[in-house]
Write a protein that binds this ligand. Structure first.
Ligand code: ADP
Length: 430
């Protein structure tokens, strides 16, 4: 069977042949051929014009009727147009769905390019961040969100931790900013309204602070009476032991209440590092002078190495509390005869306070959660040593407020090393 293009070539050859025969009869072969070519060219021009008109309508109408090669051209273009229209429809449907989805999102979503210019944002971004209509597209994000903390957070480029801030558009809204980098250093910024969470957290903090405060007075009275009774020394044996245990438990309760109050205070105050130099080696030495109770009569071999001319810029009370928690833990969780090394040193990366012991150690499965409030490796272990379960939470919190961090290396049955790292710019010469 002949293809349309072959048909068209055949027609062309037939026309030439007819012109040749006609010309031969009239003895005007050349003129006859010229006439045939003019007719052929006119037909081609006509088809070209039809194509041009059809293209001018952006292929929106059906293709013109044509046979042969022209028919093939029109059909191919028509097929391409149909496929393109299908792709456009699919794309539009995806865009529509994405827009519906992003409009339904309660979180503000903003996409910025590598120069921090805004490319796109959703409806919630207008309510939560005060971004205006599409006419702001391409403008710098920092023109809209001008808070210096936010700008510094974006420029630092470390987005592992979210940023918590009040909305620039509505001061009653608390936001959590999460940034993810993608593609060619573009960024996806998500701002989530966490006002209710913050309020809940505040209520929790207030409750813990109030409850701890209210427990303080009755506890002081109970401890006072217990001390008086025990001091009298004329108690029968059975009563004496019961009272001694009551005293131990009320001491434990007292330290729990004190730790809870301290944590509430740390939680409720801003991260401000006072510009006061603190005598870090002095603090460590003063803690070591009062380790008797924590050691519970156990004899340890304690070695101390202190860089005594290096201090820290920070809050003395908080640092005292963090360092003492680590030293007391080493004393409590290291059996008699164990070694404890305490050191305060500095190098080009910063300062480091570390407490190393060869005591009970901690299994690696607990290390991720050990600094959580009331997280305990083993309840019996802590109960025997009178721990509150808040010590390491206090250490972590205090270090965070001093731009430092806690490193824990421990092996069950072999011992532990707790290191507090401080950045170089927080160190001072004493
Ligand atoms: P606690 O008041 O119970 O000691 P912490 O927050 O200070 O609470 O410590 C949490 C848990 O970590 C403790 O219950 C204890 O099991 C473990 N721990 C802390 N320090 C040490 C240490 N030096 N050696 C072994 N275990 C430790």
């Amino acid at each position: 069977m002949l293809k349309p293009s072959q048909l068209s070539s055949t027609k062309y050859l037939l026309m030439i042949a007819a012109a040749l025969i006609f010309g031969w009869f009239l003895d005007l072969i050349a003129w006859s051929l010229v006439a045939a070519l003019i007719v052929w060219s006119t037909l081609q021009l006509h088809q070209l014009r039809r194509l041009k008109n059809w293209l001018a309508q952006e292929l929106k109408t059906d293709p013109p009727d044509a046979s042969g090669e022209w028919g093939e051209v029109f059909d191919s273009l028509y097929r391409i147009r149909r496929a393109r229209r299908q792709r456009e429809q699919n794309l539009q449907a995806t865009i529509d769905r994405f827009q519906q989805f992003s409009a339904a999102l309660k979180d503000a979503v903003v996409i910025v390019d590598k120069h921090n210019n805004m490319l796109w944002w959703n409806l919630a971004a207008q309510h939560l961040l005060g971004l205006k209509d599409r006419s702001d597209t391409g403008k710098p994000l920092f023109n809209m969100l001008r808070d210096p903390h936010f700008i510094r957070y974006c420029q630092r480029g470390n987005f592992a931790e979210p940023l918590l801030q009040t909305s620039p558009h509505n001061s009653a809204i608390e936001l959590q900013y999460l940034i993810t980098e993608f593609g060619d250093s573009e960024k996806l910024l998500v701002a989530r309204d966490i006002t209710d969470l913050i309020r809940l957290e505040q209520t929790r903090q207030d409750f813990v602070a109030n409850a701890s405060h209210e427990l303080r007075t009755p506890l002081t009275v109970i401890r006072g009476y217990l001390e008086t009774f025990l001091d009298q020394g004329n108690l029968p044996d059975s009563l004496y032991h019961a009272m001694l245990q009551m005293q131990q438990q009320s001491d434990r309760m007292q330290s729990l209440v004190e730790d809870l109050l301290l944590l509430s205070k740390l939680d409720s105050t801003e991260v401000v590092v006072d510009e006061a130099p603190v005598d870090a080696p002095g603090i460590i030495l003063s803690i070591l002078e009062s380790t008797e109770q924590a050691a519970q009569g156990k004899k340890h071999f304690i070695s101390v190495s202190l860089a005594d001319n290096i201090g820290l810029i920070g809050r003395e009370k908080e640092l005292h509390s963090a360092f003492s928690n680590l030293i007391y833990n080493a004393l409590r969780y290291t059996p008699t005869g164990g070694d404890i090394q305490i050191s305060w040193s500095c190098d080009t990366t910063g300062g480091c306070f570390s407490v190393t012991d060869n005591g009970l150690g901690i299994s690696s499965i607990h290390l991720d959660r050990i600094t959580e409030r009331f997280y305990r490796v083993d309840d019996d272990r802590s109960a025997n040593t009178g721990g509150s379960g808040l010590g390491l939470a206090i250490v972590k919190n205090v270090l965070h407020r001093h731009q430092g961090h806690l490193e824990i290396v421990s092996t069950l049955g072999k011992g532990s090393c707790f290191s507090c790292h401080f950045p170089l710019d927080t160190l001072v010469e004493l």
